[in-house]
Design a protein around this ligand. Structure first.
Ligand code: ADP
Length: 355
């Protein structure tokens, strides 16, 4: 029988980086691990200055996996992560410094909110979660990384562009107790569509390193839908403590959600759980509940994948109205059942040490 992913990870966890004395799995050097029957592939991301010395480690890692029962082929590729030229600084045109996964100074944790496709309510969840955490006394930042359709400034009711007094530090905006920055505010809308990987990467790195976030218990990142450059860059460059995938119950949304989950797994990013949005429709007049898109699809998906189902959020017109009005439902109707769902979600994430 072929070895499973966990056995492969255990084998990789025995291989030490001699310079640090810690194993390569714990150090996050193993990327894009794929275990496909008898064949295993992974990438070792190494500091370019050490790539020669690391060849012995790469071979040892390959051998350790090859020694597992049922494994016939192993391919371990080494990449020096600054082998590509780093992206230019948007303002100065100078090359920005390139780094591996790193912590943002002052930011305790990063929670990424993702979805397989657009329109499932990812940004609505991110906004309500952010204000619910702020209301619970957490220091919260929200990074709107959806370069193509930034919606957080509208949802959180902030307008204007962020200031940069010295051309280096970027001063974020703030409302409802949440510190907000949106990549979309840095780009002209008509230019966003032509942005390519390196430019997005540069912008995201600026958001992480040049925005004056201040001390934060948690930075929530509202990712663009799908599995593109922004997701890859974030998980490569920052230590993401948990990813949450939002989906509606329909089959088609779930197929895309699976792709997003696979990506996080490949990038070694822990998945905190799934959220079902637009779970059932609650009539604002009579309170009657109807499962417009079916109900429970995300719950069974979460069970299948042994992942927690973190919340089931109803489809309710007040949720949309509140977001459109610049004060998420948690702020505009704090006593409502809809607000309760988001507060419970916030509480459970705090309880798990994720926010
Ligand atoms: P995404 O970020 O996934 O593209 P949005 O959060 O922008 O999705 O949501 C898309 C639209 O659906 C918005 O108009 C939003 O107000 C609305 N919406 C999202 N979730 C709900 C909900 N639970 N009830 C009612 N409207 C919702």
């Amino acid at each position: 029988m072929a070895a499973d992913r966990k056995t492969v990870i255990d084998a990789l966890s025995t291989i030490l980086d001699p310079a640090v004395g810690k194993d390569i799995w714990t150090l996050g050097m193993v990327r894009a691990l794929s275990v496909d029957g008898a064949s295993v592939r992974f990438v070792l991301e190494v500091d370019p200055d050490r790539s020669k010395a690391f060849e012995a480690v790469r071979m040892a890692a390959e051998q350790a996996v090859l020694a597992l029962p049922g494994i016939e082929t192993v391919s371990a590729v080494m990449t020096a992560h600054s082998s590509r030229p780093p992206p230019p600084d948007l303002q100065t045109g100078r090359q920005a410094e390139s780094r591996g996964p790193a912590r943002i100074p002052g930011v305790e944790r990063i929670l990424a909110i993702a979805s397989g496709k657009g329109g499932v309510g990812k940004s609505t969840v991110a906004a309500n979660l952010a204000v619910a955490l702020a209301a619970a006394g957490r220091r919260v930042g929200l990074l709107d990384a959806d370069v193509y359709g930034p919606s957080q400034p509208r949802m959180l009711g902030v307008s204007g562009r962020p200031a940069s007094p010295d051309g280096k530090i970027i001063l974020p905006l703030r409302n409802h107790g949440v510190t907000l920055m949106s990549i979309g505010l840095m780009v002209r809308e008509d230019e966003a569509v032509v942005w390519r990987g390196p430019m997005l990467m540069g912008a995201l790195q600026q958001m992480m390193n040049q925005v004056q976030w201040g001390g934060l218990d948690v930075l929530i990142v509202d990712l663009p839908p799908g599995t593109g450059d922004v997701q890859m860059t974030l998980t490569q460059k920052a230590e993401v403590n948990g990813a949450i995938v939002v989906s509606t119950p329909q089959d088609i949304a779930l197929i895309d959600a699976r792709k997003a989950l696979n990506m996080f797994q490949k990038m070694n990013t822990p998945v905190a759980g799934l959220i079902e949005n637009m779970s059932t429709h609650v009539c604002s007049r009579c309170g009657h509940e109807e499962p417009v898109f079916g109900h429970g699809g995300v719950r069974s998906e979460a069970e299948r994948l042994s992942l927690p189902l973190l919340a089931e959020i109803p489809l309710h017109v007040d949720i949309r109205r509140a977001s459109d009005g610049g004060a998420p439902v948690v702020v505009s109707s704090p006593g409502s059942a809809q607000a309760r769902v988001f507060r419970d979600l916030a509480e459970s994430l705090v309880g798990q040490g994720l926010a």
